[in-house]
Design a protein around this ligand. Structure first.
Ligand SMILES: Cc1cc2nc3c(=O)[nH]c(=O)nc-3n(C[C@H](O)[C@H](O)[C@H](O)COP(=O)(O)O)c2cc1C
Length: 185
C-alpha cells in the first residue's frame, strides 16, 4: 500500500481546493493506494530560522507535519491563489520543510484551482518553483491548473466535469509511475 498525502492551501471549510483533494480517491479504483488529507496547516507556528536550527526541538505540530510527509510516498498539493501568490499558510508550512528535507526526491503533484479563468496559474508556478528548490520530483504531467473551478465541482464536492476527472486521474497515475520506478521519477 502506497501513501499519498494531500495538502490543501485553503483553510475554508467549504474550500473547492480541499473538495478536489477529497474527491480524488473516488475517481477510480486504486486498491493499492491510501489517501489522507493533512489537517494541521492552521496549527503551525510562524516559521522563523531562529526556531529551526540544528539540534532544536520543533513544535509538536511541526514534528507532526514532518512525520506525515516522511511517511508519505507521494504528495498532492491543491491550492487557491491569493493576490497572485501562494496562500501564506501554505508557504509557511513549506518553509518548515526546507531544512528538514522531507520533500527531497518526493514525487509531488501541484494543482491550483480558481473560479477565475487563470486558474491560479501564478500561485501554481510559484509553488512549483518552491517545491523544486526543495528537490521534490515534479514532472510536467503532475502540474494541473484548473480554471473556472466552480463550473466543474458542485456545492457538495462532486467533480462534475469529465475533463477534470480525467486530468485528476492522470495525476495519480503519474505518481503511481514514480512508485514503479523509484529513483527515476
Ligand atoms: C484575499 C483574496 C485574494 C484572492 N486572489 C486571487 C487571485 O489572485 N487569483 C485568483 O485566481 N483568485 C483569487 N481569489 C479568489 C479565490 O480563487 C477563491 O476565493 C477560491 O474559491 C478560493 O479557493 P477555495 O475555494 O479552495 O477556498 C482571491 C480570494 C481572496 C479572498
Amino acid at each position: 500500500m502506497k501513501k499519498i498525502l494531500c495538502i490543501s492551501g485553503s483553510l475554508r471549510p467549504t474550500s473547492t481546493n480541499t473538495n478536489i483533494l477529497k474527491a480524488i480517491p473516488h475517481l477510480a479504483e486504486w486498491p493499492d493506494l491510501s489517501f489522507s488529507i493533512y489537517e494541521g496547516l492552521d496549527q503551525l507556528p510562524y516559521f522563523s530560522p531562529e526556531l529551526d536550527y540544528e539540534g532544536s526541538t520543533p513544535a509538536a505540530t511541526v514534528a507532526d507535519l514532518r512525520a506525515q510527509l516522511k511517511a508519505a510516498d507521494a504528495v498532492i498539493v491543491c491550492t487557491p491563489e491569493y493576490a497572485f501568490g501562494v496562500p501564506g499558510v501554505l508557504k509557511n508550512a513549506l518553509d518548515w520543510i526546507v531544512s528538514s528535507g522531507e520533500f527531497v526526491d518526493k514525487p509531488t503533484a501541484v494543482i491550483s484551482a480558481s473560479p477565475m479563468a487563470t486558474g491560479g496559474d501564478k500561485a501554481n508556478a510559484s509553488l512549483v518553483q518552491t517545491l523544486k528548490v526543495m528537490t521534490a520530483t515534479i514532472t510536467e504531467d503532475r502540474i494541473l491548473i484548473i480554471p473556472t473551478v466552480r463550473t466543474k465541482i458542485d456545492a457538495v464536492g462532486n467533480v462534475t466535469d469529465e475533463g477534470l476527472k480525467t486530468a485528476l486521474v492522470k495525476i495519480v497515475e503519474s505518481l503511481k509511475t514514480a512508485f514503479l520506478h523509484p529513483g527515476n521519477n
